[in-house]
Design a protein around this ligand. Structure first.
Ligand SMILES: *Cc1c(COP(=O)(O)O)cnc(C)c1O
Length: 421
């Protein structure tokens, strides 16, 4: 029996309505930018499997280091114990994180990294004896599927059934230049009647909102406002982190640095699940006390798993190589030329790019999950390209190791699609 047949018996997939969803695709192998399915088909991984495999799948530099670590230390409790891979990783990340980030807290996925960021923001005020119970977030943001993360997310397609159980959140639009004064007025109004503890935001690019991009200057003003009002800024860089925006982190491009940062996705280069919530010394100091209750009483069994730390360390080293940095620059330039080729196509409504993330909106109305969207997906897959359209948005976020030929094939497949619409 095929994988897709056996799968149906016991498995329940994420973000899937099984009654209407087409069959799953059995993948048997992945190498660099190619996924291989059980029928011998190959697909270029145009989205790096949700922006994780940025150094290519099964990158030997990462897998060899993890294989060696497996012989040395697999897992140990991280409360009361420590180990070389975690320490080395923290030292390595200090080289690339924004300067104000000084402490890091481990968990195992993006949602929990946000959950911890939210707890840091709320408890920061609690520890200082102030009751602040409101969070601030962007409309249409996505921060994950646990309750705190869902609360600050704005996409009700995921959150509908749970809305009654959320933390209280005030939402503002993303800054687009023209709406700036309106946002600032809205912020003034929010703080005048609410006790706002923190602002959770995806800097520059909102991934799940179909790669919506916003203004740097506008975001800077909002962050400045937050600083002036002691609102803890929590940058969710789960998607944007580790080079995708052209700098190590999107926050590098901001004048105001966040108090807290959430990292996961390409942290381990896609090899193992892990996440980090990093913070400034000031945040950490608010928890540092003779009073045990002021500590951050949060922990996951697999916190700082040595294998995941080893993978993350290898990934951070790869990111800093001149080879990887050259790749990033090359992809940015390729996307720019592709943009010139297609931005005026009659079926293209708009295009946008931040770093290696390129997105275009089709000139057609479409449901986020629906027939037409599935047809687009099918069109790409039949031609050996794995892209996962979000409604009428097609985006590329391929591994940094993607070749020019592979990129060209992705571009031509998109052009082929435009000509059939
Ligand atoms: C994917 C994502 C998350 C959630 O991460 P998971 O590992 O899927 O829980 C949170 N924030 C952003 C911006 C993301 O892209």
């Amino acid at each position: 029996m095929s994988l897709k047949e056996r799968d149906k018996k016991h498995l329940w997939h994420p973000l899937t309505q099984h009654k209407t969803h087409p069959d799953t695709i059995g993948i048997v192998k992945a190498k660099n930018c190619i996924l291989f399915d059980e029928n011998g088909n190959e697909y270029i991984d145009g989205i790096a499997s949700w922006y994780v495999a940025m150094y290519g799948h099964c990158n030997p530099y990462i897998t060899n280091k993890v294989a060696a670590q497996m012989q040395q230390l697999d897992q140990v409790v991280f409360s009361g114990f420590t180990h070389e891979p975690a320490i080395k990783l923290s030292e390595e990340l200090m080289k690339i994180l924004p300067e104000n980030q000084q402490k890091m807290f481990f968990s195992d996925n993006g949602s929990t990294s946000v959950e911890i960021g939210i707890k840091m923001a709320l408890q920061y005020h609690f520890n200082k004896g102030e009751k602040k119970n409101i969070l601030l977030a962007f409309e249409d943001g996505f921060h994950g599927d646990t309750f705190g993360a869902m609360s600050v997310s704005g996409l009700s397609v995921y959150n509908g059934p749970f809305e009654d159980f959320f933390i209280e959140v005030k939402r503002i639009p993303v800054p687009g230049g023209k709406n700036h004064k309106k946002i600032m007025d809205q912020l003034e109004k929010i703080v005048s009647t609410n006790k706002v503890a923190g602002f959770v935001y995806e800097p520059l690019v909102q991934g799940a909102a179909a790669m919506k991009m916003h203004s740097k200057e506008g975001l800077n003003e909002i962050l400045k406002f937050c600083k002036d009002h002691t609102i803890i800024t929590v940058a969710d860089e789960v998607m944007t982190g580790f080079g995708k925006t052209g700098t190590y982190f999107a926050s590098d491009q901001m004048e105001i640095k966040p108090d807290v940062m959430c990292l996961s996705k390409s942290l381990t280069g896609g090899l193992l699940p892990m996440a980090l919530t990093t913070c400034s010394q000031e945040i950490y100091d608010a928890f540092y006390s003779e009073d045990i209750k002021k500590g951050l009483f949060h922990g996951h069994t697999y916190s700082a798993n040595p294998l995941a730390c080893t993978a993350a360390l290898a990934a951070a080293e790869l990111l800093q190589t001149s080879e990887m940095q050259t790749n990033i620059k090359r992809i940015i330039a390729s996307h720019q030329s592709f943009n010139e080729r297609i931005s005026t196509h009659s079926k293209v409504k708009t295009t946008r790019q931040t770093g290696i993330i390129f997105a275009l909106d089709l000139n057609i109305e479409m449901d986020r999950y629906g027939n037409l969207r599935d047809q687009l997906f099918q069109f790409f897959m039949e031609r050996g390209v794995f892209l996962r359209p979000l409604g009428n948005t097609i985006y590329i976020s391929a591994p940094y190791t993607v070749s020019e030929e592979q990129l060209e094939k992705i571009y031509q497949t998109i052009e082929g699609l435009l000509d059939t619409l």
